[in-house]
Design a protein around this ligand. Structure first.
Ligand SMILES: [Zn+2]
Length: 324
């Protein structure tokens, strides 16, 4: 039987997800591998090549069945040349990954920013299927964004559009990884919320998280959700604060762009959408201009980590004319 698949990969700072996928059968095999932080670029590329081989082997596909490899990168990427200008969490700078991978594998390779890839997955296979003008925001360790206009991904002049996490929200706010102060993600990401909770604990306030928090023990989104379920006031206050900030930012963007859909995702939203989305909507409604938000929907993605994997399918179609 002639089968057509792509290998879709999501490269994170701490793990690589890889899957064999097509639009008819979905994901037929997947591999999750932790990455070594200190790895050199060469060993990283070798690891990637071996994960691609393993995914194909695990899926029982022949090499001929695999039409392309699509890779999501947490950083700025030129999908036309395959070069990464900077991916801070991977420790990569000025690397043409497509050229380098070409030494190990024979499939066509396409790169895309990971949030863009997630947005493509949501647009074609998730809650964004009928959206025309859509913003996708992933809230986790940081905050990433992607824009779909007229059903198509908007990449911007240098393929760097969508950096919503670095919109300045507070004068003289907390220092951001980008070097500026008061960026959106320094106020409303999971890391920002946890930092504020730690500050409260140090000042002697009570929380059910006290026993779980300590050096080298990062607080996961699920732990925050459990604290909310217990009615933990400190955690609820800090989350409310973040929801308000998110609501303001989303209303500003809606005033500018008159979107029809906002999709929220990422670890924090996955664990807490029932709590956060109504609160975000409240601030949003109070601040947005009515005509800009008429008919707008705000929902959470149901695809989780799979959004970016699915995004490889429309990416291969756009760049290689391959439909799988
Ligand atoms: Zn920043």
């Amino acid at each position: 039987m002639n089968r057509s698949f792509i290998i879709s990969i999501d490269m994170g700072g701490t793990k690589i997800l890889s899957a064999a996928i097509n639009s008819g059968e979905g994901i037929i095999s997947r591999i999750k591998r932790n990455t070594v932080n200190s790895a050199s670029q060469n060993s990283y590329i070798k690891t990637l090549a071996s994960i691609i081989d393993e995914t194909i082997h695990l899926s029982g596909l022949n090499e001929d069945d695999v039409k392309a490899v699509c890779i999501g990168i947490p950083g700025s990427v030129n999908p036309y040349t395959g070069s990464i200008s900077v991916a801070p969490n991977l420790g990569i700078r000025n690397l043409n990954l497509v050229d380098k991978l070409g030494k190990y594998i024979s499939y066509p390779v396409i790169l895309e920013n990971d949030v863009n890839l997630g947005a493509l997955g949501i647009r074609h296979f998730g809650v964004g299927r009928s959206a025309r003008d859509m913003l996708v925001v992933f809230i986790g360790t940081g905050i990433g964004g992607a824009l779909i206009f007229d059903g198509k991904l908007f990449r911007g002049a240098n393929y760097a559009a969508g950096e919503i996490g670095h919109m300045r929200v507070m004068d003289g706010g907390p220092l951001c990884g980008c070097g500026k102060r008061g960026c959106f993600e320094t106020l409303a990401s999971r890391s920002a919320i946890v930092k504020n909770i730690l500050k409260d604990l140090k000042s002697g306030k009570k929380s059910s998280l006290r026993k779980m928090i300590g050096p080298g023990r990062p607080v996961k989104s699920r732990a925050l959700a459990a604290a909310v379920d217990k009615g933990d006031k400190l955690v609820i206050n800090r989350l409310n604060e973040a929801c308000e900030t998110i609501g303001y930012v989303l209303s500003d963007i809606t005033n500018l762009l008159n979107l029809d859909l906002i999709v929220l995702g990422g670890g924090l939203i996955e664990a807490l959408d029932h709590f956060m989305i109504p609160r975000i909507k409240e601030t949003f409604r109070e601040n947005v201009l009515k005509p800009s938000a008429k008919g707008l929907k705000m929902v959470s993605t149901k695809l989780g980590d799979d959004a970016a994997l699915y995004g490889g399918i429309p990416l291969a179609e756009e760049f290689l004319g391959i439909s799988v």
